[in-house]
Design a protein around this ligand. Structure first.
Ligand SMILES: Nc1ncnc2c1ncn2[C@@H]1O[C@H](COP(=O)(O)OP(=O)(O)OP(=O)(O)O)[C@@H](O)[C@H]1O
Length: 758
């Protein structure tokens, strides 16, 4: 190996320039292949420099930074040094020496087609973007020159490959904001930068002479932004809506007086390939826009229906303020500190988990747009929308790089990405919704998404949303899940007063009373008694508004038959109309009676009627399947587990129906044979015991008869049963919506005490 600082010609020849980004082989850096420890260089108490072996660097020096694995390096000026604690993958805490870097950017990183046409092959732009990096990412020193100085040294405009300077010397004559593609006036580097004391002036120069943010259509209200803002895979540089945000200093680091921004990423893939985005994948939009007011405000009923619709995005989420704050604080802290995080959010359906997370992300997007928060990417992966859990890998990779690859390849790339230090990695927030669906047969996906945020270079923030509290423990084992150190937030079911507030707040915009307050209270109490599900409460109220509207229209058309043709139509609240029709005081608005009708309707669909008419064995089977679903959060159960669950339900249930069902002699003859081995003679005590055993066996035999019920339910499409070849533990899952089954059986007398409510 050649002595440090000197490179063989062969090694030198390996260097090559790439538009300012230096591509070099890792072993060929000035620091050599041995990872010697870094030491501080002090001036009094102040850290002014750092050394490793014979290599030294000082505040104000231009350095090359590497990203091992990708072979890329970037150029930055050291702004200051600091030391912090880090936990390695084994949980050991060590201290880490790092430096905040002021970045140069290559022409390649300008995120716009408005690139300058006069850029030089080895030109860099000075940015006002800072980032913190471990000293271990330093790869050597660089030199920055004005174009005049550079021309004097290299009149041909090129650095010979054999030169010591090859790949290390750059021209800087302008500052730039890479996101807005705006540039400072031309300057002479040696005039504006003589050393560390000029650093703050440099930043100020770039900040004042470049435009900070592109104009965004919807800074006022993120909810009204075009959905493209949140759709990944949209790499259109011209799109001013795509969120490309700035980063602040990591927390815990002394923040300089100047605002600091991160050059938004537009790095190539690790293989250096240009990213060509194919047709964008579909993602769940961050929020669904409200329909145009012209469509919704034509009648107060229509307005009420649309604001009560579950797909409408409310302007605020009442009763979720503290959950919002917790999620917001965790996300903001992780984005700012450039660390990973994994937040596990659980709660029964309709408790506002998804809505709250989207609201938080939208607020953070707003903060980014206002330059108060660092840039971050956001992607939603919904377990219900992926056909295979492994697709999550491709979706995440596409979110990070805009590059669509197969799941297996994406997994490989992600592993490499997250274990590799990279100087300017933008944090990525992933919402993994309906997580239960992603773990059906494969815990690997969940494990990876929970584990990656722990890797110190990942900057991955995972928000995992599921219905059950202990999904990680159940699927990953206690040991692994406790090591993962998840932050847990539980969303409780809404109380009736909270549901009232939620409904009333949605109705505020309607302008007149369409739903009687007593009706709101009635609906809220009904829902809170079983599930605390806002979706269900909203659905009931919306349906009740439709019923009230129909009622009014019918009354109107009947009235019209008695009226002159030009009589104005009625609106809710009017009691008397010309033409002799008199409406009752509450006619036309939703009353308790309307709510009752809406609830009845919801439970009197053909499916509900079918479910209620099922034999008790089938109902018990469904109740057991629902109980499994609620306990495990996993959509699929084994038949054996369901039968076990049914046994527990049967033992704990107070229902006389269930009791008599379980104690009726089992009709399946082979069971009889198996179970009739107990003798029926002996002392009265013994006979008592035998009778009890017999009773238990009868119950068991009955329970085993649930297999027949399962078969019948499968034939009707209510459940799906899959017994793979050679697999005696058949798997079963619901074939219709869980809510439909719960809704139908909730008030069924035979199912009382089986806990099917929610
Ligand atoms: N606090 C609230 N204020 C207004 N609307 C709410 C509130 N909480 C929930 N909603 C509404 O209820 C519906 C269901 O909410 P959301 O999808 O967030 O529930 P979830 O807990 O994620 O349910 P699931 O587990 O079924 O996905 C949405 O339309 C949402 O807007």
């Amino acid at each position: 190996m050649p002595p440090r600082g000197k490179r063989s010609k062969v090694e030198q020849a390996r260097h090559y320039l790439s538009g300012g980004g230096v591509l070099r082989e890792d072993s060929d850096d000035e620091l050599g292949v041995d990872d010697l420890p870094w030491e501080w260089i002090y001036n009094g108490k102040e850290i002014t420099g750092a050394r490793t072996g014979p290599f030294e660097c000082q505040v104000g020096d231009a350095v090359l930074l590497k990203a091992p694995g990708s072979g890329e390096a970037w150029v930055a000026i050291i702004y200051e040094f600091s030391e912090g604690k880090v936990e390695d993958d084994d949980g050991d805490v060590t201290s880490e020496k790092k430096a905040s870097m002021l970045w140069f950017s290559s022409e390649k990183e300008i995120r716009s087609k408005k690139k300058r046409i006069d850029f030089l092959p080895n030109e860099l732009y000075l940015t006002a973007s800072f980032d913190e990096n471990p000293l271990s990412t330093i790869n050597g020193k660089g030199s920055i020159l004005s174009s005049e100085q550079f021309d004097q040294r290299y009149p041909t405009g090129k650095v010979p490959r054999t030169s010591e300077d090859y790949g290390k010397i750059f021209v800087c004559r302008r500052g730039a904001n890479t996101r807005t593609a705006t540039y400072t006036d031309e300057f002479v580097w040696e005039d504006i930068y003589r050393g560390r004391e000029d650093l703050d002036n440099l930043v100020e120069l770039v900040e004042t002479q470049t435009v900070k943010t592109r104009k965004r259509k919807a800074l006022k209200s993120i909810k009204e932004q075009d959905l493209e803002d949140f759709v990944i895979g949209n790499e259109d540089d011209e799109d001013p809506q795509t969120p490309r945000k700035r980063r602040k200093f990591a927390s815990g680091t002394p923040t300089p007086s100047k605002a600091r921004t991160l050059t938004p990423r537009k790095f190539a893939t690790p293989t250096g390939r240009k990213i060509v985005t194919k047709k964008a994948l579909e993602f769940t939009p961050l929020g669904t826009r409200l329909l145009p007011t012209t469509q919704t405000q034509s009648s107060p009923y229509q307005l009420a229906r649309s604001t009560l619709h579950v797909s409408a995005v409310p302007h605020a989420l009442p009763c979720r303020e503290s959950e919002f704050d917790t999620v917001y604080t965790h996300l903001e802290a992780a984005i700012t500190a450039g660390t990973g995080a994994c937040i596990y959010i659980s709660g029964t359906p309709g408790t506002g988990k998804t809505a709250t997370v989207r609201e938080v992300v939208a607020s953070l997007q707003g903060a980014v747009a206002e330059e108060q928060l660092d840039d971050f990417y956001f992607v939603e992966i919904n377990g219900m929308k992926v056909t295979d859990p492994h697709q999550s890998y491709s979706l995440l990779w596409e979110a990070l790089k805009g590059d669509r690859v197969s799941s297996a390849h994406a997994l490989e790339l992600l592993e490499r990405e997250f274990t590799t230090p990279s100087p300017r990695r933008v944090p990525c927030v992933v919402l993994m919704d309906e997580l239960d669906q992603l773990v059906t047969r494969n815990q690997g996906v969940m494990y990876n998404f929970f584990n990656w945020p722990q890797l110190r270079h990942s900057r991955l923030i995972v928000l995992a949303v599921a219905n059950t509290m202990d999904l990680p423990e159940r699927t990953l084992s206690n040991k692994i899940s406790s090591r993962l150190g998840l932050t847990r937030i539980t969303f409780p079911g809404y109380t009736h007063t909270q549901l009232m507030t939620i409904i009333q707040s949605r109705l505020e915009g309607v302008g007149q009373v369409i739903v009687d307050p007593d009706a709101v209270q009635f609906a809220s109490r009904k829902v809170a008694a079983v599930s605390g599900d806002a979706r269900r409460a909203l659905d009931i109220c919306r349906r009740a508004v439709e019923l009230a509207e129909q009622e009014t229209l019918t009354a109107e058309s009947q009235g019209k038959e008695n009226q002159a043709p030009d009589t104005p139509s009625k609106t809710p609240g009017r009691q008397k109309q010309s033409g002799g029709l008199t409406l009752a005081p509450k006619q036309g608005i939703v009353t308790i009676a309307t709510i009752k009708r809406a609830i009845n309707e919801a439970t009197s669909t053909p499916l509900a009627a079918y479910l209620r008419a099922l034999p008790l064995a089938s109902k018990l089977f469904l109740a057991a399947l629902l109980a499994r679903l609620r306990k495990t959060g996993i959509v699929e159960s084994t038949l054996a587990d369901v039968v076990d669950e049914a046994r527990c339900l049967g033992l704990t249930s107070q229902s006389k129906h269930i009791d008599s069902y379980l104690l009726t002699p089992e009709p399946i003859s082979h069971m009889e044979n198996e179970l009739s081995t107990t003798a029926t003679t002996g002392t009265p005590q013994k006979r008592g015991r035998q009778a009890a055993v017999r009773k238990e066996q009868d119950k068991l035999a009955r329970l085993l008869g649930l297999g027949v019920a399962a078969q019948e339910l499968a034939e009707a499409g209510i459940v799906g049963v899959e017994a793979r070849h050679g697999d005696r533990v058949g798997r079963v899952r619901l074939g219709v919506s869980e809510e439909d089954v719960r809704g139908a059986l909730r008030e069924d007398e035979e199912c009382a005490g089986l806990g099917v409510g929610g």
